[in-house]
Write a protein that binds this ligand. Structure first.
Ligand code: GLU
Length: 514
């Protein structure tokens, strides 16, 4: 028997920005497809016209492209199973909705919003355990099961608004196996005769999703946990449409939880706790509000992919750092956890630090040069290269290098006087003046030469190097911590170091007088 080709899809609705949970879903689909020499498809589920947001589809495509998780088929890439945008497939769904009505597995319902609300109230008042539109209630409503054929035809001809609902069995356990969660069984008495199609000619998510998964020959549905309650309905749709033997295997991914584990991570948590929860900056077209993204925050795609992959999956070892190729090689749906994964922003930063160190200094310098120039520094790539070499290890993000570099361009505008006055001793003035003079005589201003020269001088003067290093650093940079001060001096150059020491000592002289 020939095995079915692995075909998976990421099926976002273009209703706004893309939460990182959605990005993780896309990533897992991508990994699974590549692991099994299969196809990764992007299908845009835009049948809900009320929730459609301009620009959202482009945003999704741009985000996935930035991360390098590109599809084999999509609205942009095309492919043999297109169109890949549901709004362009309207006629297809109409046919299957009709087929379900004709086979007695779906029916027309004409109930108005007020009538539905009345039903709900009645059931609440009667303290009914079931407030759904299903076998227990449908015979009290206005639909093609309670009206006769002429009445139904009249209503349809008069273009009265209607919906087509699935007709669920009254009391049946619907079973299916979820690869991550095992056997699932739900009784139809607890389910709703969900709407499949509306009189505006548009299918709902459920019908369009199942029809497209079938027609696009999807072998595995890998999606968020929030769709688990819909799966039994989808199983019944496969049965009613006669496609049971082509039903995909389901995997419902765990939620991504807030850092404290209390509930689902939301966009608001990101704003509140100061970290991004979306891949790229997103401007809400209705309000103009901007949600900050990982890209603009300075994250590297490799770091985002790595930390997202581990939110709910591991390879069974302690290994944490994975390239995309390694993730593909080790990925399996069976190793995805059932329980929610706590979002850990510190870990995300840790990953970015790791991947930043793997970037070459040349690459970083080339990326940073325009930013330095935009910040008003007239400089060269050669100079930036030196700074990068020194600051990279102390940085989580490319921009951290920029932020820590002020003293490489400008002498201190202010000094850390609190530390200075604590560490400074009156006898240092003479020591520092002599120290400065030794710099004048140096011909090779390398970090090691500056260090050797300084140590020798201080030893001769019988001054412990430990007691003067912090004041020295403050005179040169204004601040009390940073990378090796000898390295800094070497980058600044002899005359600049001497000038800074002079200015710094004048500053201290004024301080001492106070
Ligand atoms: N359109 C659904 C969503 O936005 C897709 C769910 C599914 O993958 O079946 O999440």
């Amino acid at each position: 028997m020939s095995q079915r080709k692995t075909r998976v899809r990421f099926a976002p609705s273009p209703t706004g920005t893309l939460h990182i949970g959605g990005v993780r879903t896309a990533l897992y689909n991508y990994l699974f497809a590549h692991k099994n020499n299969g196809d990764f498809i992007i299908r845009i589920e835009d049948t809900d016209q009320q929730r459609f947001v301009e620009g959202a589809e482009n945003y999704i495509m741009e985000a996935l492209n930035w991360l390098g998780i590109n599809p084999t088929e999509s609205p942009v890439h095309g492919g043999p199973f297109g169109p890949y945008r549901q709004s362009e497939r309207k006629e297809i769904y109409q046919k299957y909705a009709q087929q379900l009505v004709d086979s007695g597995n779906a029916y027309y319902a004409f109930d108005t919003a007020a009538e539905l609300e009345e039903m709900r109230k009645r059931l609440v008042e009667a303290k009914s355990s079931n407030q759904q539109y299903n076998a227990a209630t449908r015979m009290e409503m206005r639909n093609s099961l309670t009206l006769n054929v002429e009445e139904v035809n009249q209503l349809l001809e008069a273009h009265k608004p209607y919906v087509i609902r699935i007709k669920l069995p009254e009391n049946e356990n619907v079973h299916f196996t979820d690869i991550i969660r095992g056997d699932i069984s739900v009784n139809t008495a607890n389910m709703d005769d969900k709407v499949l199609f509306k009189s505006d000619g548009m299918p709902t998510y459920h019908l369009a999703n199942v029809v497209d998964d079938y027609l696009m020959e999807i072998s595995h549905v890998i999606r968020g946990e929030e769709w688990l309650p819909s799966a039994p309905l989808h199983v019944l749709l496969y049965r009613y449409l006669g496609w049971e033997d082509k039903m995909p295997q389901f995997s419902h991914l765990p939620l991504i939880l807030k850092p404290d584990g209390n509930g689902k991570l939301s966009k608001r948590d990101g704003d509140r706790l100061g970290f991004p929860v979306v891949p790229l900056d997103w401007t809400d077209p209705a309000t103009g509000n901007i949600t900050n993204g990982y890209r603009e925050h300075g994250y590297l795609p490799k770091a985002v992919l790595n930390f997202l992959a581990l939110l709910g999956w591991n390879d069974g070892t302690e290994k944490e750092v994975f390239s995309l190729e390694e993730m593909i090689a080790s990925f399996s749906l069976e190793r995805i956890n059932k329980s929610g994964a706590k979002f850990d922003f510190e870990k995300a930063k840790w990953f970015n630090h790791h991947y930043l160190q793997l970037m070459s200094n040349d690459e970083l310098a080339a990326e940073l040069l325009p930013k330095f120039i935009a910040n008003g520094y007239s400089t060269t790539e050669e100079y930036i290269l030196k700074i990068v070499g020194l600051l990279k290890e102390r940085s989580n993000f490319t921009d951290d290098i920029l932020k820590q570099s002020t003293f490489f361009f400008d002498p201190p505008a202010a000094y850390d006087d609190a530390i200075l006055s604590k560490k400074w001793k009156p006898q240092f003035m003479e020591v520092f003046k002599g120290w400065k003079d030794t710099f004048t005589e140096m011909c090779d201003f390398t970090p090691s030469q500056i260090e050797v020269n300084s140590k020798m001088y201080l030893e001769n003067r019988e001054v412990g190097i430990g007691s003067v290093m912090q004041p020295f650093r403050i005179l040169i940079t204004g601040v009390s911590n940073g990378p090796s001060v000898f390295e800094i001096c070497s980058i600044l150059g002899q005359s600049e170091v001497i000038a800074r020491m002079e200015t710094g000592l004048n500053h201290i002289a004024k301080l001492e007088k106070v």
